[in-house]
Every structure is written in C-alpha cells, then in structure tokens.
Design a protein around this ligand. Structure first.
Ligand SMILES: N[C@@H](CCC(=O)N[C@@H](CS)C(=O)NCC(=O)O)C(=O)O
Length: 260
C-alpha cells in the first residue's frame, strides 16, 4: 500500500524518548523525514509548533503531535500493521500500563543518572546531540554547554538525593524487564509490543546498543565506560540488547535515510 501521509519527526539525536518514535516509525516501515534539533536552541521551534518544548513531535500532514505515547497511539490507529498493541484487551491494557510506568518512572530518571555524568563532559554531550552539524556549529555548541550547566542541573534536578534515586530507578527498570520477560522474551504475551519497545528504548541509555540511532559515540569518556559496565552483566541489560537485535533492524523496510 502506497504511503500518502507526510510524516516528519522533530527530535533530538540519540535521545531515548525520541527513540520510541523512531522505532515505531521504522517498525511499521513508514517513510518519514527527521528534523534533529539541538537541545537548548530547540525550545523556540518546538514551542511555536506545540505550545510546549518537549520532543519527540511527529508532524502528520501538517498537524503536530507531541509526546511519544500519543505518537505511538496515532501511528497504531493509522497503520495497525504490524501491530504494537496486543489484540487481547487485557494484554493491551497491561502493555499500555508498562509503557506508562517506563514513561513516567524510569525514562526521566535514567536520563538524570546519565546526565549527572555527562554534564561534566561537554565534548561528549556535543558528540551525542550535534554529530549531524557542521564543525563550526559543533564548536560553538560545545563552547556554550558549560555556560548552561546550571540551567540543565536545575531543569533535570541533577542534585542529591535525586541523583541517587535516579540510579536506583535505573536498576528498577532493568530488574523489571528481567523479572517480567516471559519465555518468548516479551513483557506481555508472545509478541513484540509497545511494552517491549518502550522498555528497551528507555533503558537503551544504560546499554551499549549498536543500532545507529542509539549507538554511543566513540571515544567514550571513562565515566561513560564505567556507567555502561555498571549494568552490562545485569540480565535486564541482556534483554535490552537482545530486544534490539530481534526487533530493531539497522536497515528498516521503510528506511528514512533518503529523506533525512
Ligand atoms: N513524556 C514525554 C517525555 C519527552 C521528553 O522528556 N523529552 C525530552 C528529551 S528526552 C525533551 O524534549 N527535553 C527538552 C525540554 O523539555 O525542553 C514523551 O514521552 O514524549
């Protein structure tokens, strides 16, 4: 079936909530354009589009949809195959509950834990978010990052006791998937669903996943190598790696590369 809808994803590179939307688009084989913005300067553009500043935002035929859960919901409604929502109503409810748990409880905290380390690594932050920009823009962006450190600390609550809680929540996220993945490797029922996609995408910052959209740039500073090593042997980290290998193809059917 020819895809007639125009889809544009406004996003941050390598960001885990944005990864949810990228993964859903790729899983459904949907051609789309990606508009990667730099965190900070993004606020003006996104506010103008949606009245708030968070990405991902998916623009569907000119209409912006903000929020990864709402984006997945709209994609599922418009493009039900292959499905992300289980057919069985109880399983569907459970899968959406798991999405909400990871969106609310784990996603923001794993980000806080990781930023408590990367905040002191402007060159690395720049490599994460600005690798698509020209060298002069990257240099300028890197130079401004130390100046906005205070704002970032406040907006993400990078201070005690919140940082310790964030590390605990990260462990809780890995424990959850290790405990709840069934024999087939899925969190709900026997098929890949929104629950698996959300948990794997939001835990990906703690794992050395190899997918090009989430691979951490090299060389990694010591603090990042220690962060990855901290979770590497956890069965939950193994689950994330395996879920990526099984369900996140590096060259999706609807590859958007040509449209980027
Ligand atoms: N619940 C939202 C969370 C999105 C979110 O936290 N986005 C972050 C990047 S990971 C963001 O845009 N931060 C910049 C800002 O808040 O202005 C979702 O599921 O989309």
């Amino acid at each position: 079936m020819a895809q007639t809808t125009d889809l544009e994803l406004v996003m941050f590179m390598r960001s885990h909530f944005n990864e949810k939307a990228r993964w859903a688009l790729d899983w459904k084989g949907l051609l789309h354009r990606r508009r990667p913005l730099l965190p900070g300067p993004h606020a003006r553009t996104v506010k103008k589009l949606t009245g708030q500043t968070m990405v991902p935002v998916l623009i569907v035929d000119g209409t912006p949809i903000a929020g990864s859960d709402r984006i997945l919901d709209e994609l599922e409604r418009r493009y039900p195959q292959p499905p992300l929502y289980p057919v069985d109503p109880d399983e569907r409810t459970r899968a959406l509950e798991i999405q909400k748990f990871f969106d609310d409880e784990i996603g923001p905290k794993i980000r806080r834990a990781l930023f408590s380390l990367t905040l002191h690594e402007p060159a690395y932050l720049c490599a994460i978010f600005a690798s698509h920009k020209s060298a002069p823009v990257r240099r300028l962006y890197q130079a401004t990052l130390p100046l906005v450190k205070g704002v970032m600390k406040r907006s993400m609550q990078i201070e005690e006791p919140h940082v310790s809680e964030a590390f605990e929540a990260t462990r809780r996220g890995f424990d959850f998937v290790a405990e709840h993945a069934g024999p087939s490797g899925h969190l709900v029922g026997d098929h890949f669903s929104v629950a698996d996609l959300t948990a794997a995408a939001l835990l990906a910052p703690g794992v050395d996943v190899q997918h090009p959209d989430m691979r951490k740039p090299d060389p990694k500073p010591e603090s990042i190598r220690a962060w990855i090593a901290r979770w590497a042997d956890h069965p939950g980290a193994t689950w994330v790696r395996e879920t990526y290998e099984r369900y996140r193809s590096a060259s999706p059917v609807g590859s958007s590369a040509a449209l980027r």
